[in-house]
Design a protein around this ligand. Structure first.
Ligand code: GCU
Length: 422
């Protein structure tokens, strides 16, 4: 991980008794102090107001949809996984330039289906080749974090299939869902100066509906310009643009999923882009589902210091000043309402504050209720490995910070309930 601070320099609080007392902002009170008591008031007043706050103070503003995208089917086969799925590898060119920014999408669609398939879409950490052992997957040629299966910052064949159990592609297919993934480094490599080699160096944030590349190279950002998480989330929307054109996919039933920093990203993508039908945040922690005011595990100061590129510059003013935030993360969850959202924690992942993640789910309830849905439906944390909830799902899995087969089973069950019920 790109992490400029050693653990010793920061003493995280893991003591529940030392969590300071705090008051959470009420998602149903508008900035002018007026209560929001109707679905219309939420949609017309409060939701736009909260989105604007999260954009201007935390994740940063992103540009619109690019004016000149082009999709290129590089490879496809109906024989993936012994004929269970069709594999497609599609390059999404984001500008007219052949050497401009592009995303490489890996898509598996179940062959056994009666119509366009619902899908899970998630960014991956190390290149598409890690998600399963299919030798036909293109090895990423982009910068990757140095590790066991790399040659410096290049991925090697040794990385193929290394995250098979974190993706469960064959199981997803068996359950009738397509799986779409892109390497997050295609959008922007994950280090402080990574933006120079990513979409943030190409598309200025100019408030125009259609994003076009900057005439001059971009050299700096304003306080509320997009950070890397907003860029990754924007990339997810660009993949959804493609999925809308693919007749094998039912783009009205796409679940966006992400783990950890990419769980933060999935939440922000779903908050912004209402085309995402469902959202799964796995161990997203600080800056994701966890309540910032708890200051349990990772804190605003710590995340802004270790990962200065993730959020917009304006977010740094809240370092060690969590109580001054004009929102908290339960309101990020609420921005997804009334769509289904699943928040998952892991018992050994105290850095991500499982209780704080649970409390976001609890405190988003008011908004779901206003929109006629039961959200989580419980207020007490469930025992480990016992999923709870209705339109908001939650579980605390036994074990470490990861997406594991147990997690996937819960997400597939949750998706069955919400994306398959007619
Ligand atoms: C670090 C970071 C977390 C993040 C995690 C990850 O631990 O502090 O905020 O979620 O990396 O993305 O794996």
């Amino acid at each position: 991980m790109t992490d400029s601070l050693s653990a010793q320099e920061f003493k995280a609080n893991y003591d529940e008794a030392a969590v300071p007392s705090y008051t959470l902002p009420d998602p149903l009170v508008a900035a002018d102090g007026k209560p929001i008591d109707s679905a219309e008031g939420w949609r017309e007043v409060r939701r736009p107001e909260l989105l604007e706050l999260f954009r201007s103070k935390m994740y940063g503003r992103a540009p619109g949809r690019p004016a000149d995208v082009r999709y290129e089917l590089e490879e496809s086969s109906q024989q993936a996984f012994g004929g269970a799925a069709t594999r497609k590898q599609v390059t999404i060119h984001l500008t007219k330039q052949a050497n401009g920014p592009r995303l490489r999408l890996l898509l598996y669609v179940p062959n056994k289906r009666t119509g366009p398939a619902p899908a899970f879409l998630g960014l991956n950490f190390s290149g598409n080749q890690v998600v399963c052992r299919d030798p036909a997957i293109q090895l990423t040629d982009r910068w990757v974090r140095e590790g066991e299966a790399t040659d410096g910052n290049r991925a090697t064949d040794a990385s193929r299939g290394s995250q098979t159990e974190n993706w469960m592609v064959e199981r997803v297919i068996e359950r009738g869902y397509a799986l779409a993934t892109v390497y997050y480094g295609d959008i922007e490599p994950d280090y402080e100066e990574g933006w120079r080699r990513g979409v943030r160096s190409v598309f200025p944030v100019d408030g125009k509906a259609k994003a076009t590349p900057a005439a001059q190279p971009i050299t700096k950002f304003r306080d509320d310009d997009w950070g890397a998480i907003a860029a990754w989330a924007w990339g997810l929307s660009r993949v959804l643009d493609y999925l809308e054109t693919d007749g094998d996919i039912d783009a009205r039933r796409v679940a966006v999923i992400g783990h950890s920093r990419l769980g933060k990203t999935a939440l922000w993508a779903a908050a912004n882009d209402e085309r995402f039908a469902l959202c799964v945040s796995n161990n997203s922690g600080e800056g994701g589902a966890a309540i910032s005011r708890r200051r349990f595990g990772e804190t605003v100061w710590r995340i802004n210091t270790s990962f200065p590129h993730w959020f917009c510059t304006a977010y740094k003013q809240y370092n060690n000043r969590e109580d001054d935030l004009p929102f908290d993360q339960h309101e990020l969850v609420a921005l997804i309402a009334p769509r289904p959202v699943y928040i998952a924690s892991a018992s050994e992942d105290q850095w991500a504050d499982p209780k704080g993640e649970f409390l976001s789910a609890v405190n988003a309830e008011l908004v779901y209720a206003l929109l006629g849905k039961t959200g989580l439906g419980v207020t007490a944390p469930p025992p480990v490995d016992k999923p709870v909830g209705e339109t908001i799902g939650y579980h605390l899995r036994t074990g470490e910070h990861a997406v594991l087969p147990f997690d996937w089973e819960q997400y597939l069950n949750f998706a069955d309930r919400h994306l398959r019920a007619n």
